[in-house]
Design a protein around this ligand. Sequence first.
Ligand code: F0G
Length: 463
Amino acid sequence: MPPEPTVKANFRFRCIACGDLRDHASQNFRCAHCGDLLEIVYPNWQAQAGTCGAGLDASDLKLTWKQRRLSSATADLSGVWRFRDMLPTLGEGHDAVTLREGNTPLYEMPACAGIAGVPRLFAKHQGMNPTGSFKDTGMTVAASFAHQAGYRWVACASTGNTSASMAAYAARAGMRSLVLVPEGKISWSKLSQALDYGAVTCQLRTDFDGCLRLLQEIVQQAPVYQLNSINPFRLEGQKTLALELLEQFDWQSPDHIIMPGGNLGNSSAIGKALLEMRDLGLISRLPKLSIIQAEGANALLRTLREAGGKRLISVQAETRATAIRIGNPASWKKAVHVLEATGGVCEQVSEIEIAQAKAEIGAEGIGCEPASAVTFAGLKKLVKQGFVKAEETVVLVLTGNLLKDPDYTMDFHRGEMFKGIPLQETAALGPLRRAPIVLDATLGAVIQTLERAEKAEVDGQRG
Ligand code: F0G
């Protein structure tokens, strides 16, 4: 087993259920007492309004983070490590494994705002990370700690994005990676990334939940370090999305942050960040964090509605948004806590609503993968329900790049998706479809197509 680091760490592991505090985490990142999940805490931070125990106050931190943007030091070029004051510290002589993750754009979305009926709508686009998803922000931290601990192998179960990210960061650090993915249920783009980055990639005849279960057994038997979001270092890195977002808003909180929910690590991370920022005096008001799930993978929604958030109701997950095709989310308790603490809600959206929302985000020149589009589909529902008010500012977290799932996009535009479903149910999708047009290579054919498209547009505007 790799040696424990000898340096005195700035963090400890705390069990989310019984509160047991330890300096070291076990191989499966579960509490030695009660078996629940661990989170990282920072004993030196005093939760006094406006100050933190490291001797910096909130305005000093904000200034430091701003100044680091002018620096060309490797850690400062990372949108994650620029916020290292709120992250676990690596030991002396250990550098972060980084691909310049984070630093993702915040886009205003006026067309989607008009559709949803809110005045100010933004997309925080985590698909603009080095491997095309939000996973990189967590992976840089967890892979750095795996490397520091001397592991030769890292491993994860994945619906695709975690494996792509893990494989890249492992390769950068000279570690080997083992990927477990559900056979036939992840996009080729994501699978091909893992292959190219050199992972040993196993397509298992099961679903994501089966892959994750097996991984738990593997880490007990073999000296591999697990990089799923059960690993609390991942969530610390993913927290920086919230720091970067609030910095982009000049530390004035938006009213709502809306996120997709799968294994529920990311929403837990963002919720943790918001609560820490409030406790440290970095923000004075908490945004409401809401989580949207696909109807066919709605374990959190059912857990809240049918069990009051007290016990997990697992589901047999099915959705074409394969990134969130998860029925037994590991971080459900953490997610319930952040919904309660921030006043957010959980909602579900149908496959048709997801496809429509994805096309609308694409038509705004932004684009995302299907799992990210649940946020916009969910927002439309939350506005109709009156939970999001007409004057409120909303941020959608787009978790993955449009290029992550080209099969989905092609099926949609070619009209192959939802075949056999009554036309009136998919009527809203028609105007959004842009099937490729095969033509003879003649001037006349292209000009005629252009004129037809222009006429269709004008007719559409006339209604
Ligand atoms: N969006 C995308 C694009 C994802 O890849 C995932 C999760 C989520 C949302 C949900 O995030 O699990 O933290 O609630 N993908 C994981 C994977 C499970 O293996 O790539 P979550």
